[in-house]
Write a protein that binds this ligand. Structure first.
Ligand SMILES: Nc1nc2c(ncn2[C@@H]2O[C@H](COP(=O)(O)OP(=O)(O)O)[C@@H](O)[C@H]2O)c(=O)[nH]1
Ligand SMILES: [Mg+2]
Length: 206
C-alpha cells in the first residue's frame, strides 16, 4: 500500500527553473538544465517518510512529440492534482519572467491562452493557493520585472481574488539567489497554514 505523504509541489513549464529552485530550497537533488521538455514526467523526491517534493512539468507545446503524447502528460498531471490535492500544503508555480514578457508582446493576437494562466487557474480550481515564483529576473530589465508581474496578475484577475491569494506572487532568481528567502518564508507560511509546520525546517536556503 502507498504510504501517506505530504507533497510540496513545484509546477511549471519545462525550463522555467523548477529543478533549480528545488535544489536551492530543499535537500532534493533533481537534474538541472536538461534540454527543455526532457523531464516530462512527474518526479518525486523523498525528504522524509512523510514529506516529498514533487516536480510537475506542467503542460505546453512539445515540439518533437505527437499531440497524443502531449495530451497524455496533461492527463497525468490533471489526475495527479485531482487525486492528491488534499495532500498538497504548498504549491509553487514557477514561471520564466522572460516568457511572460514574450507572451505579453504576442498577446495582441487573440485566442492565445497562455499555459501559465491555465496552470494557475487549474490549481485554483483544485482548491490550492498557488505561490507564483516569477523566476530568472536576472535575465530581464528592471522595468520588465514589474511588467511581468502586472501582466501575470491581469491574466489571472489577481486583484479581484479573495484576500488569501494576495502576497503570493514574487519575483526571484534561482541563479543569483534573489528573493529566495522571501520564497522560503512564504512556503513555510503555507505549511503552517495547513498545519504541517513540522516540515518547515526542511525548507531552507542552501
Ligand atoms: N539566468 C537564469 N537562469 C536560470 C535561472 N533558474 C534556472 N535557470 C537556468 O534555466 C535552465 C532550466 O532550469 P531548470 O531548473 O532545469 O528548469 P526546469 O525544467 O523547470 O526544472 C537551466 O539552464 C538553469 O541553469 C535563473 O534564475 N536565472
Ligand atoms: Mg526540471
Amino acid at each position: 500500500m502507498e504510504e501517506f505523504a505530504w507533497y510540496l509541489v513545484f509546477v511549471g513549464r519545462p525550463n522555467a527553473g523548477k529543478s533549480s529552485l528545488i535544489c536551492k530550497l530543499t535537500s532534493a537533488k533533481p537534474v538541472i538544465g536538461k534540454k527543455p521538455g526532457s523531464t516530462r514526467r512527474i518526479n518525486r523526491y523523498k525528504i522524509t517518510k512523510k514529506f516529498e517534493v514533487v516536480d510537475v512539468p506542467g503542460w505546453g507545446k512539445i515540439h518533437d512529440r505527437a499531440k497524443s503524447y502531449e495530451d497524455r502528460i496533461k492527463d497525468e498531471i490533471v489526475e495527479f492534482f485531482e487525486k492528491y490535492k488534499f495532500r498538497i500544503p504548498a504549491c509553487i508555480l514557477v514561471i520564466d519572467a522572460k516568457s511572460i514578457i514574450d507572451v505579453s508582446k504576442r498577446l495582441s493576437k487573440k485566442g492565445i491562452i497562455p499555459i501559465d494562466q491555465e496552470l494557475y487557474n487549474f490549481m485554483k480550481s483544485n482548491g490550492l493557493i498557488p505561490i507564483v515564483a516569477i523566476n530568472k529576473i536576472d535575465k530581464v530589465a528592471k522595468h520588465e520585472v514589474d511588467e511581468a508581474v502586472d501582466y501575470f496578475k491581469k491574466l489571472v484577475d489577481f486583484d479581484n481574488l479573495p484576500e488569501k491569494y494576495q502576497e503570493t506572487v514574487i519575483t526571484v532568481s534561482a541563479k543569483q539567489g534573489t528573493n529566495l528567502g522571501i520564497l522560503r518564508d512564504l512556503i513555510r507560511k503555507h505549511l503552517r497554514n495547513n498545519d504541517v509546520e513540522e516540515f518547515e525546517r526542511y525548507i531552507k536556503l542552501r
